[in-house]
Design a protein around this ligand. Structure first.
Ligand SMILES: [Zn+2]
Length: 293
């Protein structure tokens, strides 16, 4: 039986620790698709994490540089060392250190200089509203904090060519360097996503068949999410506790069901064709099933 999202994530976490969610970036650095990545580790965790990161870098032929900032350590990983703390504050710098496409960085920074949770929430909302009917799975933006993604930045659109090109080059290297991760990434990344406009998060439907659609009934085997919206709530002015509560109730109902229909803002969740639960979309929210191919 193929591993569930949680099992696959836990097993990589056990093997790679803190670096598990950065595996695609590490492979990209190794193959010169990207200059560096930066991991923030609280000072209190450093005595354990520091030696682990060092040992990983030694084995992988990468360079670890550490800078203390405030109450944390900035661990910078690159091929040959940078000598500075990379700064993602401007479009040019983010492009230089993290290889984010210029079109995407400009789209993100044009939202204003202040980085808040609202940026994340509003950006995901805009991306979903403007999304094509079927999205290339390599552009799936919902798995960015798990190991199963091909880019970490906010794309300028879910059809961005520069991101697709970068994602494809990373994918090809992952297929050779980490074939198990690559297989899991293809499966999870192609899972349709139920977007509920709750703090920018989505609910992925594992093993749902892509030839079905949400108005006729979409069958699935399991539901998973890369991020609980609760963590974003304190940073989002657009959302309330009710939004998050509804997201969690829908996630729970989906876990007991095996199919859903979404028609005009009404979501039915079914199990063996019996109705398990019904939810109504709140005013002003976008609910959508996104199909990845
Ligand atoms: Zn772009």
């Amino acid at each position: 039986m193929s591993p569930t999202f949680t099992t696959a994530k836990t097993s990589l976490r056990r093997r790679f620790g803190l670096l598990a969610p950065y595996l695609p970036e590490l492979v990209a650095i190794r193959h010169d698709l990207r200059t560096a990545l930066q991991v923030t580790v609280p000072l209190v965790g450093w005595p354990v994490e520091g030696p682990r990161l060092q040992s990983f870098c030694d084995r992988a032929g990468l360079t670890l540089e550490v800078h203390t900032r405030g109450g944390s350590q900035k661990a910078v990983i690159s091929r040959n060392g940078l000598g500075v703390v990379p700064d993602a504050g401007t479009a040019g710098e983010a492009g230089r250190w993290f290889s984010y496409p210029t079109c995407c960085v400009e789209a993100y920074t044009s939202q204003g200089p202040k980085r808040t949770g609202d940026d994340f929430v509003n950006r995901m909302h805009t991306l979903v509203v403007d999304a094509p009917d079927r999205i290339d799975f390599r552009l799936n933006p919902f798995l960015r904090t798990s190991p199963f993604h091909l880019f970490k930045h906010f794309p300028c659109s879910l059809g961005c060519e520069a991101t697709t090109e970068l994602a494809e080059r990373t994918r090809a290297h992952l297929e050779r360097d980490l074939p198990e991760l690559h297989a899991a990434l293809q499966r999870f990344g192609r899972s349709p996503v139920l977007f509920l406009d709750s703090c920018g998060r989505g609910l992925s439907l594992d093993s749902a068949r892509s030839d079905q659609n949400a108005s006729d009934g979409l069958a699935y085997e399991a539901v998973f999410t890369d991020g609980d919206p609760t963590a974003q709530l304190g940073r989002s002015q657009r959302h309330t506790q009710e939004d998050v509560d509804q997201f969690l109730r829908i996630q729970e109902a989906l876990a007991t069901g095996d199919a859903l229909t979404l028609v005009a803002g009404t979501l039915h969740i079914l199990s063996d064709t019996d109705r398990v639960a019904t939810f109504e979309r709140p005013d002003g929210r976008v609910w959508k099933v996104l199909d990845f191919w």
